[in-house]
Each structure stands twice: as C-alpha cells, then as structure tokens.
Design a protein around this ligand. Sequence first.
Ligand SMILES: Cc1ncc(COP(=O)(O)O)c(C=O)c1O
Length: 364
Amino acid sequence: MYNPPGMNAPVRKHIELMHGYTPGEQPTDVAVIKLNTNENPYPPSPRVLSAIGNITAEQLRRYPSPDARDFRRAAAAVHHVEPEMIMPTNGGDELLALVVRACAGENDRVAYLDPGYSLYPVLANMQAAKPIPVDYEISSQEWRVPKNLGDIDAAVLLIVNPNAPSGTLIDLATLEDIARRFSGLLLIDEAYVDFAPISAISLVARFPRLVLLRSMSKGYGLAGMRFGYGIAQAPLIAELYKIRDSYPCDVIAIAAATAAISDQAYAKAVWQKVIEQRQWMTGQLTALGFGVPESHSNFVLAQVPAGMDAALWYEQLKARRILVRYFNLPRLTDKLRITIGTPQQNEIFIQTMAELKTGMTPPD
Ligand SMILES: Cc1ncc(COP(=O)(O)O)c(C=O)c1O
C-alpha cells in the first residue's frame, strides 16, 4: 500500500524522506506512437521467440542457472572476455543498484554527470548516501565533461555514455583519463552503446575498479524481458555476486537474452537502421528550428525553438497519440527527448511536429 510522506510507515527515516524513480509512461493503448522510453522500434531476433518456444515445463519447474551460465558464455564470446568477467542481471538497473549498494554507505558521495539518468540520485538516496550531481558544461548543442572529473572525491562515479538524455558521447581518451585518476568505483553505463561508434570495453582489462553496464533492452529489443549485464575484472564481479539475489534472471529471460546476443548479424542490421533514422530525424527537427545535439544513441534531445514551451509540445503531441519524454528538471524544461521509431512512425511524428509548429507560431 502506498503511504504518502508523513504517514509514519515502519521504514527507515531516509527512505521515508526520499522520492522513488518515476518511469516513463507505459500506455495500454497500442495505437499510440510510443517514442518516450527508448525501446527498440524493431522486434528481437526471430531466434528469441523460437528459444522461448522451446522452453519445457521441466525447465520451468526447476530454478534457473544461478549465474545464467549460457548467457555468460555467449556474452563472453561476443566481447572476447572470460565468462567470469560477465555479470548477468535483471536489467541494467539491477547492476546499478548492486554497484551503489556495494560501494556507497551512509553519507558516502555518489557522483554522476547531470543531466543524466534520473535513477542515479534515487539509488544514492536509498543508501542514505549523498547524491553529487556534476554539471555538464552545455554551450549551444555541445555537452562537455568538466576538466579533472576523475579527481572528484566520491565512492562511486556513474557516467552514461552515450549520455541519456542528450545522446552525446564522451571520447575514449577522456574516459581513460577519468578511469586513471578516479579512486572509487567507476561505472560507465553503456545502455545505449550499440548505437555508438565507440565503447570503453578496451579499458576493462586495465582498470580493476571499472564496471561497464550493458542492457538487452535497447540494442536487442528485449525491454520486456528485463535483462542486462556488467563487464568488469573477475575479482570485482565476484564481490558483486555476493550481494545479488540467488536467481535474478529467470529461465525464459536467460534463453531469450542468450539467443539475442548470439545473433549479432540481426542485431547489427537493426542498429544500422536506427542510426540511419536518427540522422534523418536530426535533420528534420533541425530544419523545423529545434536545437539537436549530435546523438550517438537511439533517441534525440530536441530543444524547442526560442519562445516556445516544451511542456505544451509534449501535451499537444500526446493529444495526437504520440508520446515523447518531457523532463521537468533543471536544464531540460525547454527540451523533449524523442526515441527513434520506425521510418513510418518517424514520418508521422515529423509531419505532426510541422503541423503543430504552424499552429503555435504566432502570425507575423
Ligand atoms: C542510461 C540508462 N542506464 C540503464 C538503463 C537500464 O536499462 P534496463 O534496466 O532496461 O536494462 C536505462 C534504461 O532506460 C538507461 O536509460
């Protein structure tokens, strides 16, 4: 049962005082064009459905492999690392929770670039740790990391790359510099890396306090399955294993994620289609007068033309059954985050934006 603040629920004080994470809307109306939670517009590999179809009643009767053994092996082969360096989790979100729980106690500092993934401060608050947002330096459509970020005093540093919600990318040299200087646990959240030209995976072998986060929700079209994983050196993975649930990934999800990651040809073809559509969307939105930083992800962040109201755009799109994401957060209130859809969805979206713009622009 939901207890509003001040109801004296029997929970610890810092839990009573904190706010939980607000997920994006998940409408039941299937006719909605859903460009609000960065799902892949394409279905997973056909091998996924056949793997799920082959699950037997006997497999369901038993507990699953505690370490999602088949997935570990398949992911290790894809990334050319040892299976002991792969940590399968119930979505990337579970990995984030485990890392913060393992490394940050009461009053410890949990640092992250801001604007970034709005779950991070929530995870810090759960630990009674201190959320330390570090501002991105934003000028025009450039998003830059402050110099000497690696010197920050914190137990954990969380960096999304490519970033959400901007889609912008931090280069490898900068990430390496941060990894070299930072004295705590560094997590590079690569939930959207499949749509980007680089990954920090080459750094894992050299930095024992580095964890990469990967998600099967975006690149592999499995958001409904809840499957993600970490990549790190084996001793760090072994520490995280101590505090996870006994069976965080179920037998169906393990089969689905293993089939999906094993079909790299299918996944790569999907990523390419999304990247092409992202370029098209960026061009169209820019032509309509929106400011769009170069995205390396499966969404774009569009700053509404000067004098216009992003919340109003959001509402008007919603009234036309198109959902995008509006964040009522500092430095985001003049922007909309738009997931790249299928070519047909994207065309409807751009057409609707053009019509709305005509309606909203005051006549000369
Ligand atoms: C930046 C970022 N990290 C991690 C995740 C977690 O993804 P999942 O738990 O679906 O694997 C998300 C999901 O939206 C995200 O945006």
